[in-house]
Design a protein around this ligand. Structure first.
Ligand code: ASP
Length: 323
């Protein structure tokens, strides 16, 4: 029997609400009780439950995410663990998954799962998502596919997953991007292998916090004050969720120019959900970096980790291109 570590962190999957409500829920359920409540789930593997914390993921702190990453790192180096499943709120799941993607390199399956509907809802999606995550984590074909997210029967690559709907159970992995396979009626099937990672892992050792990096949304007639406030607050970097292919409003250009003069790293990402932000010749003069395939949230995670390791602008630029 495969030996899995099941880590509970909270989220809607662990929440209950009054009557049929899908919102106004409270995180109430512990991971051991959640597993025990799903018929047949505890027999899918030799499962050890661990409650790291039990919170709504909107309230997760960087220190907690790093604590989770260190625990996963430790678990995958343990010969007594064949795979890890993490239950997590869906609101910030993609940020945790991307941080794990950048920091934990292992062929062992590491699978995140959540739910869009609380455990008390009619047609709650959490129990099947958790079963499917356990099935994926125990399946030998999941080896070497990177950090995975299992939601709504689909297996997604953490590298490309984003929440694309506010309420529906098929909230993740819109447009098919990042969908590696599916779990259907107990069968785990893959259609794709993720591209091999060429970027070096960003080690977790010694990290207890990460430098502050702000994301600033850009739009028509945007003001300058958000940039000035970020600089004044002492952030180390700014990711602009720019327009189109990372084009910036005049205020964003001026704000980034001011930030660059203070030594901040500024990244042009896009508020558009799909497609890359490509490098421009003018980046060399402005000192800005293109986010390439990373969305603003992913670029922020990568930038924070790189800054924590003391990487300079050129090294960070090369990293963003590789991811
Ligand atoms: N607010 C919840 C959370 O992120 C939403 C969810 O899990 O779907 O914890």
């Amino acid at each position: 029997m495969r030996r899995l570590l099941l880590i509970g962190t909270g989220g809607t999957i662990a929440a209950t609400a009054d009557a049929h409500r899908l919102t106004d829920y409270q995180v109430t359920e512990g991971i051991t009780a959640m597993l025990a409540a799903i018929p047949g789930a505890s027999g899918l593997a030799d499962i050890r439950c661990e409650q790291l914390f039990n919170v709504d993921s909107r309230a997760l702190r960087t220190a907690q995410v790093l604590q989770l990453a260190r625990r996963v790192q430790q678990a995958v180096h343990d010969d007594a663990v064949d795979g890890v499943v993490i239950t997590h709120g869906t609101d910030s799941l993609e940020e945790t998954a991307f941080l794990l993607h950048l920091t934990v390199r292992t062929p062992k399956p590491v699978v995140l799962a959540g739910a869009m509907r609380p455990a008390s809802a009619p047609s709650a999606d959490g129990p099947l998502n958790l079963i499917n995550a356990l099935l994926a984590a125990r399946d030998p074909s999941s080896h070497g596919r990177g950090i995975l997210i299992v939601m709504n029967d689909r297996i997604l690559a953490a590298r490309q997953a984003a929440k694309g709907h506010t309420t529906r159970v098929d909230a993740f992995g819109s447009d098919g991007l990042g969908v590696l396979g599916a779990v259907c009626d107990g069968q785990v099937r893959y259609q794709q292998h993720p591209d091999p990672l060429t970027a070096p892992a960003l080690p977790l050792s010694g990290l207890r916090s990460l430098p502050a990096v702000d994301i600033i949304h850009d739009y028509q007639d945007a003001p300058l004050h958000a940039y000035q406030a970020a600089i004044q607050a002492g952030v180390r970097g700014i990711v602009v969720a720019g327009m189109g292919n990372g084009s910036l409003s005049p205020a964003a250009e001026r704000g980034c120019a001011q930030a660059r003069r203070k030594g901040l790293i500024c990244v042009r990402a896009s508020r558009v959900p799909r497609g890359p932000v490509t490098a421009k010749a003018s980046d060399a003069d402005s000192g800005l970096l293109a986010s390439h395939d990373l969305n603003p949230l992913q670029a922020r995670v990568a930038l924070r980790l790189a800054l924590a390791h003391g990487w300079d602008r050129d090294a960070i630029g090369a990293l963003l291109l590789q991811l």
